[in-house]
Design a protein around this ligand. Structure first.
Ligand SMILES: Nc1nc2c(ncn2[C@@H]2O[C@H](COP(=O)(O)OP(=O)(O)OP(=O)(O)O)[C@@H](O)[C@H]2O)c(=O)[nH]1
Ligand SMILES: [Mg+2]
Length: 338
């Protein structure tokens, strides 16, 4: 299994503690013990998750089990505040969902470049003794302790933000199509489960138009129960604007195959069926025009279809244009494909 595609990591985060407030006294000539002048402790470092559009997976965090932000420095004399602990930033790709590992609660999703999310807050610095002087106590010999930094284990889960997701059984020709339409070079082979991790590519059209296409490992009956590569990759379909179903022309029962794919998506997440979808009958070079004509009445009626071939290039331009239109429409309706 290609282990470079990491879409799930668990990280223990410990924000910095606040520095303690200082107990100090003004030093003046001829004055034995001046008034209180202990400064405040610095704030502990925060831990943030931040979206970096140059990142595509969570691979760089695979071995990061533990992240710690520095503590704030204690306060100093002359009412000087201690230095704050530096904030720590965990970079993640767009489309990362952040959860609290203990409660399972979603803390946030990172959908825009540079968007950041506070996951562990640094402790506040304690106040120095200077703050505690009062008419009844001119010489407070105590100060506040710094607050502890927050600790929490987070789960980072990547859901690829692609415009078009390819949905099909293993061997349907998904990777071949991606390699024809984009510069991506996924592995292609005449056996099922060639693709073990998702691949992304950019489909370019005229006039600088483009959209992102995701090739996801093949889905089989029972995928939502964990069969085949199962659940693990179904989540990457959640964020796609448009789903392109791929079924080879030599499939004995295209209608039924389509239904199985739909059922799997529905069983995993019913809202997936709300997404606009299109059907590509792949490997159409294997059949002649007459066969296609006879096949038409046996194709599912609730979805537009195109006969395509990644070998001859049949209808690939039309496919690109139609997908582009669908993506645009969906983007206007739902800017973030949720
Ligand atoms: N004749 C013909 N064969 C094709 C076409 N597209 C793909 N194939 C062949 O079908 C086989 C499977 O192609 P892949 O692109 O690896 O299929 P996949 O859907 O990515 O398969 P998995 O990664 O296993 O899910 C390969 O042998 C391809 O050469 C096509 O348009 N015409
Ligand atoms: Mg493949």
């Amino acid at each position: 299994m290609n282990s470079n595609f990491i879409d799930y990591v668990k990280v223990y985060c410990q924000a910095g503690d606040g520095g303690d407030g200082a107990v100090a006294w003004r030093r003046e000539k001829y004055v034995d013990r001046g008034g209180p002048d202990g400064g405040d402790g610095g704030r502990g470092g925060n831990i943030y998750v931040i979206a970096n559009p140059q990142r595509w997976t969570l691979l760089h965090l695979k071995y990061t089990k533990f992240v710690k932000a520095p503590h704030g420095q204690p306060g100093k004399n002359k009412r000087k505040t201690g230095k704050s602990g530096k904030d720590v930033f965990l970079e993640v790709p767009l489309g990362t969902v952040v959860k609290d590992a203990e409660s399972g609660q979603i803390l946030g999703e990172l959908l825009y470049p540079q968007q950041k999310l506070l996951v562990a807050k640094g402790g506040r610095g304690g106040r120095g003794n200077w703050h505690f002087r009062s008419p009844t106590n001119q010489a407070p010999d105590f100060a506040e302790k710094g607050e502890k930094g927050e600790k929490r284990t987070i789960i980072l889960e990547l859901k690829l933000l692609a415009d078009v997701g390819l949905v099909g059984f293993p061997n349907a020709g998904k990777s071949t199509l991606l390699s024809r339409l984009t510069r991506a070079r996924p592995k292609i082979a005449p056996y099922p489960f060639t693709t073990l991790t998702p691949n992304l590519g950019i489909v370019e059209l005229s006039d600088y138009r483009s959209f992102v296409m995701a090739d996801i490992p093949g889905i089989i009956e029972g995928a939502h129960l964990g069969k085949g590569l199962g659940l693990r990759f179904l989540r990457h379909i959640e964020r796609n604007a448009v789903l392109l179903f791929l079924i080879p022309i030599d499939t004995p029962d295209i209608q039924k195959t389509y239904q199985v794919l739909l059922n799997e998506l529905q069983a995993y997440e019913p809202s997936l069926l709300q997404k606009p979808r299109m059907l590509a009958i792949t490997k159409s070079d294997l059949a002649d025009e007459d066969y296609k004509k006879r096949l038409r009445p046996f194709l599912p009626s609730d979805i537009p279809h195109l006969f395509i071939s990644s070998i001859t290039g049949e209808n690939l331009e039309t496919l690109k244009e139609q997908l582009w239109q669908m993506v645009q429409k969906q983007k206007q309706r739902m800017p973030l494909y949720k």
